[in-house]
Design a protein around this ligand. Structure first.
Ligand SMILES: Cc1cc2nc3c(=O)[nH]c(=O)nc-3n(C[C@H](O)[C@H](O)[C@H](O)COP(=O)(O)O)c2cc1C
Length: 361
């Protein structure tokens, strides 16, 4: 029995079958809307992670009954086309593609998804244009958007989003300022027209059950999946996760209000400390008239260029960007994706079967 699982009695132990654990009627009912929307067995999404969410991890999540999402990041259309085809060769289950709205080739990337028959497109990085929304929907794909506040959630639904993700500031990667607990209370009771998936800080099935009972359609997890066996992240990247505590995953800090920094949550390392020094030096040079405001802003923005790749692919966890959410403190070992999903479900079943949360480890 894995040490981090509650003891399960026969009544709640999920039945393992070829396609993964069968759900109890209670859990199946809580997950039904999300699973139906995604076309999956479980309402569990693997959050898109640049460099990490490629064919291997995405297909593993989808094959295990979840919903994998390819992170397009800065890929050009031809590369995305290859990645989608390679993923389709590894799974016949549904998966999605996450596109960043400010990508200069966004229209071409959407066209690639539609041509390849991708069923769900996630548009991240800001409210998408009406044109992008129409192209996704006219192409027959379902549109998923991120809603960082209730007012934006309402606007995205009016704009045509078929589902929303609300991602709390506990999450890894680029983050907003509000925690999932607050976003959930603000948004879940109000937005019922479309399924709403929750993300940020999630690592256990019992916690996810609480959110499903509040009205969430399903959960999206990133940090936990980045450390799985099928993730191509460098062994040093995964090892950094296993040794980290929640408080080691901090948002990047903006030193000078004249030069905005979009907060990114990741493990503190030599690179994050150098980033502070770089901002201080850039501010000083601007103050002294040695650089223009535009040059200074660009130099701050470019500091992290290529840094996630350096950490994920090259394993440079000192100078690279080791994006991770606060849930990193709960990720302790490298497990296959199917095992991770089975554990989440077992934890969910345990609490739904009426076992006191106090007994759960
Ligand atoms: C290493 C890493 C890279 C990420 N890259 C992206 C990305 O390219 N696009 C995106 O929309 N979200 C990205 N995210 C956010 C995830 O999709 C997901 O929403 C988030 O990890 C959920 O929170 P959690 O890490 O606490 O589970 C990234 C997260 C991590 C940890």
């Amino acid at each position: 029995m894995p040490p981090d699982l509650p003891v399960l009695d026969a009544a709640v132990t999920p039945v393992l079958n070829e396609a993964g654990p069968a759900l109890s009627p209670a859990l199946a009912s809580l997950c039904s809307r999300g699973a139906a929307f995604l076309g999956t067995r479980y309402a569990i999404m693997g959050g898109a992670m640049s460099w990490v969410s490629e064919r291997n991890l995405v297909s593993a999540i989808s094959n295990a009954g979840g919903f994998g999402v390819i992170a397009c990041g800065s890929m050009p259309p031809a590369l995305l086309e290859q990645e989608i085809a390679a993923t389709q060769a590894l799974t016949d289950k549904p998966f999605g593609v996450n596109l960043i709205t400010m990508h200069p080739a966004l229209d071409d990337l959407i066209a690639v998804c539609i041509r390849a028959g991708v069923g769900h497109v996630v548009l991240a990085g800001g409210v998408p244009s009406g044109g992008a929304v129409r192209t996704v929907k006219d192409g027959g794909a379902r549109l998923i958007c991120f809603a960082p506040a209730l007012v934006l959630a309402k606007r995205l639904v009016r704009l045509g989003a078929d589902a929303l993700v609300i991602e709390g500031s506990e999450a890894g990667g680029h983050i907003g300022p509000v925690s999932l607990m607050v976003l959930a209370q603000e948004i879940l009771p109000e937005i019922t027209q479309v399924p709403v998936f929750v993300a940020g800080g999630l690592c256990r099935g019992d916690a996810i059950v609480g959110l499903l009972q509040m009205g969430a359609a399903g959960a999206q997890l990133g940090t936990l999946f980045a450390a799985t066996h099928e993730s191509i992240a460098h062994p040093r990247f995964k090892k950094a996760f296993f040794g980290a505590n929640a408080r080691d995953a901090l948002p990047s800090v903006q030193l000078d209000e004249r030069f905005p920094v979009i907060p990114v949550r990741g493990l503190v390392n030599a690179g994050t400390r150098r980033f502070m020094a770089h901002q201080a030096d850039t501010s000083r040079r601007f103050q002294a008239g040695e650089t223009t405001r535009e040059e200074a802003q660009l130099s701050i923005e470019h500091f992290w260029a290529g840094a996630l790749r350096r950490a994920v692919i090259d394993g440079d966890i000192d100078e690279g960007s080791v994006m991770a959410g606060q849930s990193v403190g709960l990720v302790r070992e490298e497990l296959p994706v199917a095992e991770v999903i089975a554990r989440l479900l077992a934890q969910a079943e345990f609490v739904l079967a009426g076992h006191g949360q106090r007994n759960a480890v």
